[in-house]
Design a binder for this molecule. Structure first.
Ligand code: URA
Length: 426
């Protein structure tokens, strides 16, 4: 005999009332067991989307999702651990240089990461473009690599927050993703279950992010920082710009290529700045406040950790990255300045070229995406190649070009370059 009825719980939230802790515990547990059906959970997610949740409800919902599965612990590692999570953006490949960079200071970085869905890329899809690299590793191997190398980027095991796994897939097809209580509880249930002791959240703001404006992003960031602190995880959040793509590369192998440039001491200024800022925050939470992270990029320490991390997960750091079979250049028709490059337009175009997936079982093309030879604020001459589109399937070019229509502007004066870090909470 079940203690509650899903229909009553849906009605309570639909009518704007507050769910009790017992109702929340039951509905998450019953959904994980298959007693609450997908269509009932869809209705409840929509009711939450429309009515919101109190801070207490969000905290209990997060705890219930965390308790739906296993909890990991890095206590036996003998090293401090720190973790970063981004809410997702276009060209956001910071995890790739960041994990080895932070590990090069002796702090362990267990990055359990996801795949892309929709126009935002997924870290695992990016790394899978490296020949041989494996996303799925068991917990013993994860611990060994963390002990030896200091950083791992891998898929979470099936046992971690299974309620979120089911609910996230449902939200994706019921237009209930971009909702502060549901995003905050989804991210934080997994992060708390992972057992990390310190967490830096990169909350993206702008057209290419879930949160389009600063107020909503602040609300999401504060909610997650509160959830982390309540659970004993030392948490800070940076609000960072996602009005334009980050760096020059968008798409799996193109983003690995650019990450390796950063690890070799180069790379575009915005990506380097964000990587270094996040690294300093992660290290500060682990008790290292005077780290010269720029030096660790320029003197090869971070690159050394990257190579060892890729090798430990079966990859060949020296292998050629896959290249798409077809390219299409977009050329400047006048002299001027690239005044605007819209993250959403570029993200959707890259997705349409084959870099992302429409359904979670779809394959991605490793070489597909866009290389931005010019980025926002740069001067161009008539005839310069601005962007190169890459795909294995050239019939995709037209739809990608449609999505770029109006997504960039050539003008006379560059507006001030947007700041990367917009605010800090925590
Ligand atoms: N990432 C998550 O893990 N969950 C969300 O709801 C949104 C982004």
């Amino acid at each position: 005999m079940e203690s509650f009825d899903a229909v009553d719980i849906i009605r309570t939230k639909r009518d704007g009332e507050v769910l009790t802790p017992e109702q929340i515990d039951w509905v998450i547990d019953a959904y994980t067991r298959g007693v609450v059906a997908d269509e009932q959970m869809s209705a409840l997610a929509m009711a939450i989307f429309l009515q919101g949740m109190t801070r207490e409800e969000i905290a209990r919902w997060t705890l219930a999702m965390m308790n739906s599965g296993e909890k990991m612990s890095f206590a036996d590692l003998g090293k401090r651990t720190t973790d970063k999570h981004s809410t997702g953006g276009v060209g956001d490949k910071t995890t790739l240089p960041l994990a080895p960079l932070v590990a090069s200071f002796g702090v362990a970085v267990p990055q359990l990461s996801g795949r892309g869905l929709g126009h935002t890329g997924g870290t695992l899809d990016k790394l899978e473009s490296i020949p041989g690299w494996q996303a799925s590793i068991d917990n013993d191997r994860l611990m060994r690599i963390l002990a030896d190398v200091g950083c791992v980027v891998c898929a979470p095991g099936a046992g971690l927050a299974p309620a979120d796994k089911k609910l996230y897939a449902l939200r994706d097809i019921t237009s209930t993703v971009d909702c502060v209580p549901l995003i905050a509880s989804s991210i934080m249930s997994k992060k708390i279950a992972e057992g990390t002791s310190a967490l830096v959240l990169d909350v993206k703001v702008g057209s290419g992010a879930f949160m389009k404006d600063l107020d909503h992003a602040r609300e999401l960031a504060q909610t997650m920082v509160d959830l982390g602190s309540d659970a004993g995880v030392n948490t800070v959040a940076l609000l960072t710009d996602m009005g334009k793509p980050l760096g020059r590369g968008i798409g799996n192998a193109l983003e690995v290529k650019e990450s390796v440039e950063v690890l070799a001491g180069g790379g575009p200024a915005d990506l380097v700045e964000l990587t270094c800022t996040l690294a300093r925050e992660m290290l500060a939470l682990a008790g290292i406040s005077d780290a010269d992270v720029e030096a660790a990029l320029s003197d090869g320490r971070a690159m050394d950790h990257w190579r060892r991390m890729i090798e430990a997960q079966g990859g060949d750091p020296d292998a050629e990255l896959p290249v798409a079979r077809h390219t299409h250049d977009i050329v400047a028709d006048r002299d001027g300045v690239l005044t605007h490059t819209d993250a959403l337009a570029f993200g959707v175009a890259s997705w349409r070229l084959g870099a992302g997936r429409a359904r979670k079982e779809d394959p991605v093309q490793a070489g597909a995406g866009i290389w931005m030879h010019k980025t926002q604020g740069e001067k161009v001459r008539k005839g310069d190649v601005l962007f190169t589109l890459h795909t294995d399937t050239p019939e995709r070019f037209d739809r990608a070009l449609d999505s770029l229509e109006g997504g960039w502007t050539l003008g006379d004066d560059a507006a001030q370059a947007p700041q990367i870090v917009l605010d800090r909470i925590g």
